[in-house]
Design a binder for this molecule. Structure first.
Ligand code: ACM
Length: 746
C-alpha cells in the first residue's frame, strides 16, 4: 500500500512538474534554438542572492529586469553564495547574442560571452517564470540559444502621426522582451519634422504642426503646416532632452536607436520652412531637395552634426526612398551639377547626392544606411541597404558586397490589413495576416552562402499614415511583431506555426501588463486549396489563428454546432458544395459562421483564351481564371487577374452542355486604383463564332467607396453552349484596373 501511495505521489509530482514546465515553455517567444526539460522547480525566495561578473552598469540593468521577482534584488560580491548567476563567459561563443540558461532546483546560471547575451538569457528567464502566491517559480530546464540574425529591428514613422515619449518606451520594453535590438526612428517626412535641431528651430516651430490631427484629412486637404503654439496646431516633436531620455531607456535594453533623416525626397516639411532649398524656391511644390544647390548640403550637414552628436548609433539612416526627380530634370542648378560631374541622368545625380552625404557621415566616424533606392545610379561598398521594394534590392546589394537588412513589403509592412479588410479600420492596403509574417524566411533567396552572410537581419516597418490613434497603432504592430521576432531570432527548423499560435495567445497577458493593446486574436477561418484539375477534385484546408480552437463544419447548409464534423484534414470536394464553418473553444462558439462556396465547376481546367491582361498582374496566367483557386483579400496573391480597359475571354467546355450559372467575382479597392467593372456581359456559343448574350450586368456601388469590397456578377438561368464568353467594360477612369477571379460555369 505504502509503495503504491509513494508511486502515486511520484506520478503526481511528475505530472505537476511537466505540466508547469509545459506552461512555462508555452510562453517562450521567440522560441530558443535548443530546449531540454528537466525535473524539478527553482523557487525564487526573499533571500535569493544574485551574482554577476558583468560591469556595474550591466548589473544595474539586470537588477531592473529582475525586479519582477520583488525589488530590489540583492547582488552579492562573491559567486559562492549566489543561487542566480549571470556570467560573462567567452567559451559560450560568438554566435549572435548566444547564451546558455541552466535552471536546476538549486541554481539558475546564465552564461554568455556578451552583456547583451546575458540580457537575452534574462528575458528567457522572465518568460519562463510564473507566480504562485507570493513566490516565483522557474521549471528546471537547459536552454542553449542564439539569434539567427544580428539585426532585429522595428521601424516607427512618427512623422505621419506623432507618438509621445512614453509610447516609445513601452514599445522598447516589448521589443527587448522579444529580443529585438534595433529601433529605427523615422523622425522626418513630409507630414512633420519631429526632431529638435538647435541650429534650425523653425524646423520644429513651423514643420512639426498641422491643423488636422489625422494624416488623411491633412493629405486630402491643403497639406500645409501650422505654427507651434497656435490653438489648433496638432503634432509635436522630440526635444533633444526627450531623445536622450529615450536613448538611455533603449541602451538599458541593449537596443540601438537608428535615427532617420529623410533625403533627398519626402522632405516637403523642410521645404515649406526653407523653400530656397528646393529647385524652384517655392514652398508646397516639391518634396525633393535641390541636388544642385550647395546650401542644401550645408543644411543637411548641420542637421547631421546634431544628429550624430545626439545618437551614438554606428549607423545613420538617410532615407533615400521615392524621390521624384522631375524637378531636377529642368532645374538649371541640377543640370549644371550633372554636367560638372559627368552624371548621365537623374539616377546618377541621386547617387551623387547619396554618396556625398555618405562621405560626410563617414568623415564623422559613422556609417550610412538607406532604403534600396540608394542603389540607383551606383552605391559605395560601405553603405548598408534596407530592401523594402521586395527582396530584389537586397539581393542586388548583397551580390555587390553591401550589407543588407531585409524588410520586404510583402512580409514586413505592418501598415497592411491583417484580418478582414472589409471590417478592419482603414489601412494603407495590402493584406498581411499573422501566418504570412510568420512564414517569412529571409534566406530563402537566390544567393551563395557567402553572399547570404551579408543579410544582416530583418525589420518590421510601421508607417503610420492610417494609424491616428495609439490603440489602432498597437493593434497593427501586435501580435504581428511576435511573428517577426521569431523570424529574426529562431532558426527555421525550430519554427512551428501551431506552437507559435499558442505561444502568441500566452503572451497577451504580458503585453497587456505593460499597457499595450494587441489586436485580439483573429476569429477568421481562411481556406487554402489544392486542385487536381485532371480528376476535378478540390481539396480545401481550413486555417485559423486562434489557438486550441476546433473548427466544426457542415456541408448541408445547416448551422455548425459542437456536434458537427470536426475539421482535421483537407476536405475533398468532387461536386459544387456550400461549406459552413465555425470556431469552438472549450465547448463555446468562438467565431461567426463563415461560409465558403466550393465550385467544382464545368470550366475547371478547361482551355481559355483571354485578351488584354494588365502587365504585372498576370498572376498564375490566364488559366488562373478557371483553376479552382479563388482570390483572397490580397490583389497581389497571384490568384487575382488584373486588367485595364476591358476583358474578353472565352472558355471552351469541350462540348455543348447545359449551363445554369455563370459567375465571376470582382474586387474594388480604390487606394491602388482598383474598381468594379462598368458592365459584365456573358454570352454562349456552339461554334465560337456566333455568340448569344445571356446576361448584361451592371451595379450601383458608388465609385468612391473607401473600403475593400467584392462583388459577384452572376447569370442565373437556363442556357446551353460549348463556348462561354465574358466581356467586361471598365469604368471611365484612365488607368483604372479591374481584378477578377474566378470565372465559374455551373
Ligand atoms: C518606404 O516604404 N517608402 C521605404
Amino acid at each position: 500500500m505504502r509503495t503504491v501511495l509513494n508511486l502515486l505521489l511520484i506520478i503526481g509530482s511528475l505530472s505537476f512538474c511537466s505540466l508547469t514546465t509545459a506552461q512555462s515553455l508555452s510562453k517562450l517567444l521567440p522560441y530558443p534554438q535548443s530546449v531540454t526539460e528537466h525535473k524539478g522547480i527553482f523557487t525564487v525566495k526573499k533571500n535569493t542572492k544574485f551574482f554577476t561578473n558583468a560591469s556595474d552598469t550591466d548589473q544595474r540593468i539586470y537588477a531592473e529586469q529582475l525586479s519582477l521577482f520583488g525589488a530590489p534584488v540583492q547582488f552579492t560580491a562573491k559567486i559562492g553564495k549566489a543561487q542566480i548567476q549571470l556570467l560573462i563567459d567567452p567559451s559560450i561563443g560568438d554566435k549572435y547574442d548566444a547564451y546558455e540558461l541552466n535552471v536546476t532546483t538549486k541554481t539558475i546560471i546564465i552564461k554568455s560571452a556578451t552583456p547583451s547575451g546575458l540580457f537575452y538569457g534574462l528575458q528567457t528567464l522572465r518568460q519562463l517564470a510564473y507566480q504562485e502566491g507570493s513566490e516565483w517559480l522557474i521549471p528546471s530546464v537547459e536552454i542553449k540559444d542564439h539569434a539567427r540574425f544580428g539585426y532585429r529591428g522595428l521601424h516607427l514613422d512618427v512623422s505621419r502621426h506623432f507618438y509621445p515619449v512614453d509610447f516609445i518606451k513601452k514599445h522598447l520594453d516589448a521589443l527587448s522582451y522579444y529580443k529585438f535590438n534595433r529601433f529605427h526612428w523615422h523622425l522626418t517626412d513630409g507630414a512633420g519634422w519631429r526632431l529638435q535641431i538647435k541650429k534650425y528651430p523653425e524646423l520644429t516651430q513651423k514643420g512639426a504642426w498641422r491643423k488636422s490631427p489625422d494624416w488623411k484629412t491633412w493629405w486630402v486637404g491643403d497639406r500645409k503646416y501650422a505654427v507651434e503654439g497656435e490653438p489648433d496646431a496638432f503634432g509635436g516633436y522630440y526635444t533633444q532632452e526627450d531623445v536622450k531620455d529615450i536613448l538611455d531607456y533603449a541602451a538599458k535594453r541593449y537596443i540601438t536607436v537608428i535615427p532617420e533623416i529623410e533625403m533627398p525626397g519626402h522632405s516637403e516639411e523642410v521645404l515649406a520652412v526653407y523653400p530656397e532649398l528646393s529647385c524652384t524656391g517655392e514652398p508646397f511644390k516639391h518634396g525633393e531637395f535641390c541636388a544642385g544647390n550647395d546650401s542644401v548640403f550645408l543644411f543637411l550637414q548641420d542637421v547631421l552634426d546634431e544628429v550624430i552628436a545626439l545618437f551614438p548609433s554606428e549607423y545613420i539612416h538617410i532615407g533615400g526612398d521615392e524621390a521624384a526627380k522631375g524637378a531636377w530634370k529642368v532645374c538649371p542648378k541640377c543640370q549644371k551639377r550633372m554636367k560638372d560631374n559627368n552624371l548621365a541622368d537623374v539616377e546618377e545625380l541621386q547617387s551623387y547626392f547619396v554618396q556625398r552625404i555618405e562621405k560626410y557621415i563617414n568623415s564623422k566616424g559613422r556609417k550610412m544606411i538607406g532604403w534600396d533606392e540608394i542603389l540607383e545610379g551606383g552605391l559605395s561598398k560601405t553603405a548598408t541597404v534596407m530592401s523594402w521594394r521586395g527582396e530584389e534590392g537586397g539581393i542586388k546589394a548583397a551580390k555587390a558586397g553591401n550589407k543588407v537588412v531585409m524588410t520586404p513589403g510583402e512580409y514586413c509592412y505592418l501598415d497592411q490589413y491583417q484580418e478582414n479588410p472589409m471590417i478592419e479600420p482603414e489601412a494603407i492596403g495590402g493584406y498581411m495576416p499573422l501566418k504570412k509574417v510568420y512564414s517569412y524566411d529571409p534566406l530563402n533567396i537566390d544567393l551563395t552562402d557567402e553572399e547570404k552572410k551579408l543579410i544582416w537581419g530583418i525589420q518590421g516597418n510601421v508607417w503610420t499614415e492610417y494609424m491616428s490613434t495609439i490603440p489602432h497603432t498597437e493593434s497593427m504592430i501586435y501580435p504581428r511583431l511576435l511573428a517577426l521576432s521569431e523570424v529574426a531570432w529562431t532558426n527555421p527548423e525550430m519554427k512551428d506555426w501551431k506552437s507559435f499560435k499558442s505561444r502568441v495567445s500566452n503572451n497577451y497577458a504580458y503585453l497587456k501588463s505593460i499597457g499595450i493593446s494587441p489586436k485580439p486574436i483573429s476569429t477568421i477561418i481562411t481556406q487554402e486549396r489544392k486542385v487536381d484539375l485532371e480528376n476535378k477534385i478540390i481539396w480545401v484546408s481550413l486555417l485559423a489563428d486562434m489557438d486550441s480552437a476546433e473548427i466544426r463544419y457542415t456541408l448541408d447548409g445547416s448551422v455548425p454546432t459542437m456536434n458537427s464534423l470536426l475539421y482535421e484534414e483537407p476536405i475533398k470536394f468532387t461536386a459544387t458544395s456550400d461549406l459552413k464553418a465555425q470556431l469552438f473553444k472549450h465547448g463555446e462558439i468562438a467565431s461567426d459562421i463563415q461560409e465558403f462556396r466550393i465550385d467544382v465547376h464545368k470550366g475547371l481546367g478547361k482551355p481559355i483564351e483571354v485578351s488584354r491582361f494588365l502587365d504585372g498582374y498576370k498572376a498564375g496566367g490566364k488559366t488562373a481564371l478557371v483553376d479552382g483557386l479563388v482570390g483572397t483579400y490580397s490583389y497581389k496573391d497571384q490568384l487575382w487577374q488584373g486588367y485595364v480597359k476591358g476583358i474578353e475571354c472565352v472558355v471552351d467546355l469541350g462540348e455543348v452542355q447545359p449551363i445554369h450559372e455563370i459567375r465571376a467575382q470582382f474586387m474594388q479597392l480604390v487606394g491602388p486604383w482598383i474598381w468594379l467593372p462598368k458592365e459584365v456581359e456573358y454570352s454562349v456559343s456552339d461554334d465560337n463564332v456566333n455568340f448569344t448574350p445571356v446576361a448584361t450586368l451592371t451595379h450601383d456601388i458608388p465609385l468612391d467607396t473607401d473600403t475593400m469590397l467584392f462583388k459577384d456578377f452572376t447569370f442565373d438561368g437556363k442556357t446551353e453552349g460549348r463556348y462561354v464568353k465574358m466581356k467586361v467594360k471598365a469604368i471611365d477612369k484612365v488607368g483604372a484596373v479591374m481584378f477578377v477571379d474566378e470565372l465559374i460555369i455551373n
